[in-house]
Design a protein around this ligand. Structure first.
Ligand code: ATP
Length: 308
């Protein structure tokens, strides 16, 4: 199946002379949830804006469902829904009218049954006659999504969808995004919340200083770059790691009560069995042990730091 979005050799230099994107190549698969991560100013919004036809690409090409976003702008844009970061809603309009109007902007004929479905899916149906200014921030965000979906796009961009929303609404938003994906919509989201990418994404792209430094299946990424740790809670504190164990990647906590062993999550041999034997030989007893895996956040911070 051809990619739903194909970005090839895309670079962008703003009029100021600042190069915001450098030779980006990216293919988004139909029906996936793709999370774009990157620190502030990395180029996420620039990339999304180019794909959505809001900012002109400098060099390179972008196809959305086979349509060139510059040469064939209208066809490309009709495939895309964009939920921008800022809430821009017409305060005096009703939910129903604003969502129906958005559909009209894309030249689509009225389809009340579809709008009704979108509002119901987003739990907005009982607010359809409410003026936007009377809605809570969370409800307004839902309206932004409904507007973006009004013309039945196949691709939905969510720019920082849960910035500043409470935990409960975040969970609701995640469920909504999953439900949308289940209807076949491809979702691309940018986020600063790494746990959001960890929770939601099928694949993850990391952008830093205008360069796409990594694109990977989430599970693969966690496997490849993730480190695992074994923490041993000692019976009696140690002053230092015994010399007989110096060949192991062991760290002693400041109070001497914990030994932490870091090992490769992918490696065939973790070395734990031999380590435990050596500990016993050294007369070190422990009362508890637990393993942990580094989070996507650790991986992300390391990736970006390496390139700083
Ligand atoms: N119109 C513009 N003219 C000049 N420079 C710009 C323009 N728009 C963005 N930039 C610069 O391009 C870089 C990338 O900006 P962009 O908004 O794409 O980053 P971002 O990854 O979305 O950041 P954030 O996470 O803060 O939203 C930044 O250094 C920004 O200052």
């Amino acid at each position: 199946m051809p990619p739903i979005i194909a970005v090839q050799r895309l670079s962008k230099t703003y009029a100021s002379g600042f190069k915001a994107l450098n030779d980006i190549n990216l293919e988004i698969r139909q029906g996936e949830i793709f999370a774009l991560l990157g620190p502030n100013g990395a180029g996420k919004t620039t990339l999304i804006s180019i794909i959505c036809g809001i900012v002109n690409p400098g060099e390179g090409t972008v196809l959305a469902d086979g349509h060139d976003v510059v040469r064939d702008y209208r066809a490309a844009r009709s495939k895309i829904g964009l939920v921008p970061q800022e809430l821009t809603t017409d305060a005096f309009e009703t939910v129903w009218n604003t969502v129906s109007f958005s559909r009209g902007l894309f030249g689509r004929s009225a389809n009340p049954a579809y709008i009704e479905k979108v509002l119901k899916d987003l739990s907005l149906w009982n607010k359809k006659d409410s003026k936007l200014m009377t809605l809570s921030g969370g409800m307004k965000r839902r309206v932004m999504i409904a507007k973006a979906l009004s013309h039945e796009p196949q691709i939905l961009f969510l720019d920082e969808p849960t910035a500043g929303v409470d935990v409960e609404l975040r969970r609701d938003m995640w469920a909504m995004v999953r439900a949308l994906r289940d209807t076949g919509v491809t979702i691309i989201l940018t986020t600063h919340y790494i746990d959001e990418a960890e929770e939601m994404a099928d694949r993850i792209g990391v952008i830093n200083k205008g360069e796409l430094i990594l694109v990977e299946e989430k599970a693969e990424l966690m496997n490849k770059l993730g480190r695992r740790q074994l923490t041993l809670q000692l019976q009696s504190p140690l002053e230092s790691v015994p010399a007989s164990l110096s060949g192991y990647a062991l760290e002693l906590s400041a109070d001497g009560s914990q030994l932490v062993y870091t090992f490769d999550a992918q490696g065939e041999h973790t070395g734990i069995d031999v380590l435990l034997r050596r500990l016993a030989e050294a007369g070190i007893d422990f009362k508890d042990l637990r393993t942990s895996q580094s989070s996507l956040e650790d991986i992300f911070v390391n990736l970006v730091r390496e390139r700083a």
